[in-house]
Design a protein around this ligand. Structure first.
Ligand code: HEM
Length: 353
């Protein structure tokens, strides 16, 4: 635009010709705006795609992969840590990397990750994303979002731990909102009934089947005593343990988790036999009353979910296929596209502004 005006000023610099040019420019502007408005209004939101970075960072999966495989060797807990991190990211403000933001020094509003429900997210998940981001930035600066790196890293760890490999669709932008106050209502709790879990999952566009399938992620990782201690001694005020816990598991859990004053750092594996292996043992466990959380155990008790629990427990391939699809669905919750809605952070813990 300035070129047009300056070239015109040398050939015909009268005020009227300048005005004419301005008019043309104004008309051009308003007509492009009109086109932009109509196309924006009618255009469907662009979908995520596997080859989103084909031109700008074709090696992004390999770059993240080199970090995740190293991290898995050095600290296998990075696997459950990152898978859970991704879930907590997607359920609050959508899959937009908002969980990775640190509270601004001096800010009154705490960031998402400081919320009570996020306090136990392990540091290894954040470390993995930060390392991967640094490597990706060194090869393709300013191109790949933190949200996409988290999605890729979660997939890698599922596979590294023995689970399915699936293609990660990309194109998420990083969100500009990260508020602790928005977490509580969006993260399911260990004592949720099936109805409460379902209501929350439905509100994210996920079905009853997705809920059962995604809960299979609890085949890997650990939980703190406070998440299930209410089942061990005085379940729902009965002064008895939850009748849906196998007596041998109950005994073992009581040894590590006393009713009061226990070590708050102690964690127990979800899957007592293979806590670092991503398999379908979770379903067999909950069928055998070996579920750790009340929310897990509920899935094998309720007639709406029991048949699927049985199917997934007896068919690893079916679980792996269903899990891959459900992760893709979860990974597209509330996705942001474009500069108007998001940003591409250089440092995943800090907004660009
Ligand atoms: C369905 C409702 C869910 C509830 C109520 C729930 C609750 C929990 C709780 C209480 C913990 C233990 C946290 C701790 O004590 O440190 C946990 C851990 C975990 N959750 Fe979930 N979760 C749910 C769904 C999911 C989903 C959908 C995923 C992923 C797809 C997931 C992945 C994990 C993983 C991998 C861990 C282990 C983390 C670690 O060891 O660092 N969870 N979950």
């Amino acid at each position: 635009m300035p070129t047009v005006l300056s070239s015109s000023s040398s050939s015909s610099s009268s005020p009227s010709s300048v005005l004419r040019y301005l008019l043309i420019i104004l008309l051009a502007f308003s007509s492009t705006n009109c086109i932009a408005k109509t196309t924006n209004a009618t255009r469907k939101p662009r979908q995520l795609s596997v080859d989103y970075y084909a031109r700008t960072c074709p090696q992004v999966d390999q770059l993240v992969g080199s970090v995740t495989s190293q991290q898995f060797k050095e600290a296998p807990v990075s696997a459950p840590a990152t898978i859970r991190l991704f879930f907590h990211d997607c359920f609050v403000e959508g899959c937009d990397g908002s969980i990775l933001i640190s509270t601004k020094p001096g800010s009154k509003e705490l960031a998402e990750k400081e919320a009570e429900d996020n306090k136990d997210l392990r540091v290894e998940g954040f470390q993995t994303v930060n390392k991967a981001k640094a490597l990706v930035e060194s090869k393709c600066p300013g191109v790949v979002s933190c949200a996409d790196i988290l999605a890729i890293a979660a997939r890698d760890f599922i596979h590294l731990a023995g689970g399915p490999y699936y293609q990660v669709k990309k194109g998420r932008w990083d969100g500009r909102i990260s508020m602790a106050s928005r977490v509580g209502a969006n993260i399911p709790r260990a004592n949720f009934t099936l109805d409460q879990q379902l209501k929350l999952f439905n509100s994210k566009g996920l079905s009853l089947e997705d809920l059962v399938v995604l809960s299979g992620a609890h085949t890997i990782g650990f939980a703190h005593c406070k998440q299930f201690v209410s089942r061990l001694y005085n379940y729902k005020g009965t002064r008895q343990p939850d009748p849906a816990i196998d007596p041998r598991l109950l005994k073992a859990l009581r040894m590590s988790c006393p009713p009061f004053g226990g070590n708050t750092d102690i964690v127990t594996p979800f899957d007592v036999t293979t806590p670092f292996v991503f398999d379908h043992a979770y379903y067999g466990n909950i069928e055998a009353k070996l579920g750790l959380l009340a929310s897990d155990q509920a899935l094998s008790l309720d007639p709406r979910t029991k048949p699927l629990v049985q199917q997934l427990g007896s068919n690893k391939l079916k679980f792996f296929q269903a899990f891959s699809q459900a992760m893709e669905k979860m990974g597209s919750i509330g996705v942001k596209r474009g500069r108007r809605h998001g940003e591409k952070r250089k440092d995943c813990s800090m907004h660009m502004l």
